[in-house]
Design a protein around this ligand. Structure first.
Ligand code: DC
Length: 220
């Protein structure tokens, strides 16, 4: 049996990784793995101040946690202990909690093992912060999407407006900058492009242009 195809997409908050990963996964007829959703759902389960309670507490919180993945492309469903993870994790507050627990070596080790186990079971488009550098160093194709913090805040703002949710552009810019700082500067598996990643600056590209660049990169 041939080994699973792994394509990684890393990048900072709000750059459009999920949108692109879902679309690319559909084109390749494989599941997409949102590893941010793993950190977010775990952070939500452990509670707001979990990250201040020390490594032993976080390690205990990981015991028995099981992630599973089904479906293809946009229809991929990631579950935590058999329950599909939904929109309850999609707030900037939970994003920050996730970024906080993501500084913990115990949490990173636990989720890395879970991510690698999923990658042994099936082909994946895996998106996150350390997919190409740490979790899937042998991936067939690696991408790093980037955009200025201003542009990412603007995209988030428009997204929230479309959903009819309250949004404050200045606040979003600050939240994104704080999360960027923590994700790029943590000691374990910081956000950075893998040496062999294709880096795409999406600041002035349309969704279709980014997608075409990914398709070219996968075929190339
Ligand atoms: O991609 P996201 O916004 O859903 O991720 C939420 C947080 O989870 C992010 O700020 C840092 C952490 N994260 C991580 O450290 N490593 C990953 N592979 C994915 C997410």
């Amino acid at each position: 049996m041939s080994s699973p195809l792994i394509v990684t997409i890393d990048g900072p908050a709000g750059v459009g990784k999920s949108t692109m990963a879902k679309r690319l996964a559909r084109a390749l007829s494989i599941p997409y793995l949102d590893t941010g959703a793993m950190f977010r759902s775990l952070a939500r389960r452990l509670g707001e101040d979990a990250w201040t309670r020390g490594e032993a507490y976080l390690e205990a919180g990981l015991t028995g946690v099981r992630f599973s993945l089904s479906g293809i492309g946009e229809a991929s469903v990631l579950s935590l202990d058999g329950v599909a993870i939904g929109d309850e994790i999609r707030t900037e507050q939970v994003g920050m909690w996730a970024s906080n627990i993501a500084t913990s070596p115990a949490v990173r080790a636990g989720l890395k093992a879970a991510q690698q186990a999923l990658g042994r079971e099936c082909s994946l488009v895996a998106e996150g912060r350390d997919m190409g550098t740490v979790v899937f160093p042998e991936a067939s194709r690696k991408f790093f999407l980037d955009a200025t913090a201003d542009e990412r805040a603007r995209r988030r703002f428009l997204q929230l407006q479309e959903l009819g949710k309250p949004a404050d552009l200045d606040e979003l810019r600050e939240q994104i900058a704080a999360r960027d700082h923590q994700d790029r500067n943590r000691a374990v598996a910081p956000l950075k492009p893998a040496d062999d990643a294709v880096i795409i600056d999406t600041t002035s590209l349309s969704l279709d242009e980014v997608f075409q660049a990914l398709v070219r990169g996968v075929r190339g």
